[in-house]
Ligand binder design. Sequence first.
Ligand SMILES: *Cc1c(COP(=O)(O)O)cnc(C)c1O
Length: 424
Amino acid sequence: MNTQNLTWAQRDSAVNWHPFTAIKTAGEAVAITHGEGAYLYDENGKRYIDAISSWWVNLHGHAHPYIAGQVSEQLRTLEHVIFAGFTHPSAVALSEALLTVLPDNQSKVFYSDNGSTAVEVALKMSLQYAYNRGEKKTKILAFKLGYHGDTFGAMAVSGRSGWTEPFAELLFDVIHIDLPTADNLREIRTVIDEHADQIACFVYEPLVLGAGGMVMYEAAHLDALLRHCRSKGILLVQDEIFVGFGRTGRMFAADHLSEKPDMMCLSKGLTGGTMPLGVTTCTDAVHQAFCTDNVYGTLFHGHSFTANPLACRAALASLHLLKSEETRASIARICNRHAAFRARVATHATINSVRQCGTILAMNMGADGADSYFRNQYRAVFKALLQKGILLRPLGNVLYLVPPYCISDDDLRYIYDAIIEVLE
Ligand SMILES: *Cc1c(COP(=O)(O)O)cnc(C)c1O
């Protein structure tokens, strides 16, 4: 192919297949050539405010000089090493640092490459935990609207929809439950109790179901559900892949809950959005079940790039920034600005169910119950905002903001005004 005189976007169309993209109607991708802070720049020099942190991963802005410096130093020292029988300082330091900020019952860190694999590891740990103890537990409990990734196991424990339909027959059986509310806990308990002795674990996104539509629910109701699961010997696998690292206004969603999980899954913001990395942590009790003389009690799981030093170093750098006074103040500031916006649009006709959990702000486009009328317009909203230099990618009729913490007040104000203008 002669690529002379073609744009990056044109060359892309010829060779790339993009994630979650309906090929026929997609059109050309926007080619981003560089980023700085909350901004992305396309090949024509147009600037976009990255209001969704590039699919929820970025915490401190793009091409952050401190993270870049740390990663480049690591790159010149040790780029990668096998993690079976070997280790390296960045993995040790990162695990130590994570265990100081995670709930204090977490005691071991298992590395992988991304969110889906962090969930796969947690599923295998839970199932094999039972196996190693001679218990027959092969069922998993999960939320109907949950999302835990796109590999087969992660897909199986996610909510079922048109997206998973082509694979439906091959997905293992999962007991799907509703989100806990003030009134339905008794019904949920009944569903759980029916299979309780066969359930290995409960996998859940705490406080916010991200990909399910930024659906939010209360910590107190989750705590009640977790207590019930615990009383039935069901392991608690808390998926903080999206909500971890400050999104909820606190370091982890766990910091809003009184029940502590048995395992946690982290990714996305883990490296500040710089490198792919996944983490599954667990309690000492879970780890102990694998400490056995029987070789088949081993967790036979690993990825070539397990605990990649560059990714671990990026995560250490990101955690350092996250703990700074400046970042904490920014998170509090974003929470306050979001709250003010909520009050401002409270009675707006075409913006509904405005909800917030910390730095995550979501709203439904169109009058409630008028979904179908607006359906064709969701993409138009995306395009109109893009035109205004704002990257917001709605989930169906749900428009949401998940900004990097370095976003300025001026940019937040510009985004809020643009949303109101576009949705009017
Ligand atoms: C994105 C996400 C995942 C999957 O992570 P990937 O890195 O995209 O595989 C899992 N769980 C939750 C809650 C997520 O938001």
